[in-house]
Design a protein around this ligand. Structure first.
Ligand code: MAN
Length: 349
């Protein structure tokens, strides 16, 4: 096995029971996929909190935000032939997709990187408006100069796109709206400009021709993106055969930009791999993982809300060590460490 992650012995660091729901009609189903950053001398996680409405017998209830930003509950009869509820994450009724849970983003902080708690001073981020009516998910946090760039998945019946909010103090947010239109997610902005331009990895989906591939884009202001180039495709027979998407901001190393990504198979088994991009021209791929750097092998990674998943969109880098935070089984927040040198040794041209 090729797994080189050193898992924290305290995993899972956070489980649904560790936080309170956002309101009394909701139950926290999953804590997952945190964005990660340092602020005020502490490590912070911006956790995706996925909540479900309290369920009644014979009925499947799903939550959505209405135009006023309040949670509204839609009920479906479980025996209705128009209902398809085979996937625990997404259901379909009469050709319309709904999420079984609705996600918001919750801030927690830690002095030691392992024990996290909430601070009443820092509010949660919720979906707002017609493009976030099914919630907001999987936020990457990139710090560029004194500004944090939050790129996250906006979900609504209109589709799945990439939203951007910026902040300097985590109390006031500047909402930039949808920066990459549906279907697109997994957007990670590089934490420094290259030759004066912003760069980002993102994952549009093109099911009929093309696929679920990682693309690179440029921007002059971090808001309007262009010159899109495809940098990593799915590979038949490998851990990333069905889809892949960038993790957090690529890490600057002497050898190039190291971008950790998730790759999934047709069976929805999610592993992590990496690509190495040229420092001066990140559209050039120098090397890539042949085998996963991390696989769902721990019990909490194999069994949960959606088992066999390790998914990351946040880390802290100190010297050679990456402390990565990740979602396990779409239900728990966990942490693992990697050596950058060790990862680089595994990558192939
Ligand atoms: C998608 C996203 C992630 C989730 C994985 C695994 O890529 O919805 O949030 O973790 O699927 O279910």
């Amino acid at each position: 096995m090729s797994d080189i992650a050193i898992r924290d012995s305290k995993n899972p660091l956070l489980s649904p029971k560790d936080l309170q729901p956002s309101n009394q009609n909701m139950i926290i189903e999953c804590l997952l996929n945190p964005g990660v950053f340092e602020f005020d001398g502490k490590t912070w996680l911006l956790i995706r909190v996925a909540e479900r409405t309290v369920q009644k017998d014979g009925i499947l209830s799903v939550p959505i935000y209405n135009e006023k930003g309040q949670v509204e509950i839609i009920d479906f009869d479980k025996n209705d032939p128009k209902l398809n509820d085979e996937d625990s994450r997404v259901i379909n009724y009469d050709s319309v997709d709904y999420l079984t849970t609705i996600s918001h983003l919750r801030l927690v902080y830690s002095d030691d990187g392992t024990n996290f708690k909430e601070s009443p001073e820092y509010p949660s981020l919720f979906g707002e408006g017609e493009y976030e009516s099914y919630g907001i998910e999987d936020c990457r946090v990139a710090k560029i100069e004194d500004t944090y760039y939050l790129t996250y998945t906006m979900v609504s019946a209109n589709g799945v796109g990439v939203g951007l909010r910026t902040t300097k103090d985590w109390k006031h947010f500047n909402k930039k709206g949808m920066i990459l239109s549906p279907h697109n997610k997994d957007c990670a902005i590089f934490e420094e400009r290259i030759n004066g331009k912003f760069y980002a990895l993102h994952r549009p989906s093109s099911p009929e021709l093309g696929g679920n591939y990682i693309w690179l884009s440029e921007s002059l202001d971090g808001v309007y993106w262009g010159n899109h180039k495809c940098v990593a495709k799915t590979r038949e027979g490998k851990f990333d055969s069905k889809r892949l998407g960038a993790g957090a901001a690529p890490i600057k190393t002497e050898k190039g930009w190291l971008a950790i990504y998730h790759g999934a198979t047709e069976e929805n088994r999610y592993c992590l791999g990496a690509i190495l991009l040229d420092l001066n021209n990140p559209s050039i791929v120098l090397a890539r993982s042949e085998e996963p750097l991390m696989e769902p092998i721990a019990a909490y990674e194999q069994t949960g809300f959606f088992g066999n998943v390790v998914f990351t969109n946040g880390h802290i880098v100190k010297g050679d060590t990456i402390t990565m935070y990740y979602g396990a089984s779409d239900e728990f927040v966990c942490s693992a460490q990697f050596s950058i040198k060790e990862i680089l040794k595994t990558l192939k041209l």
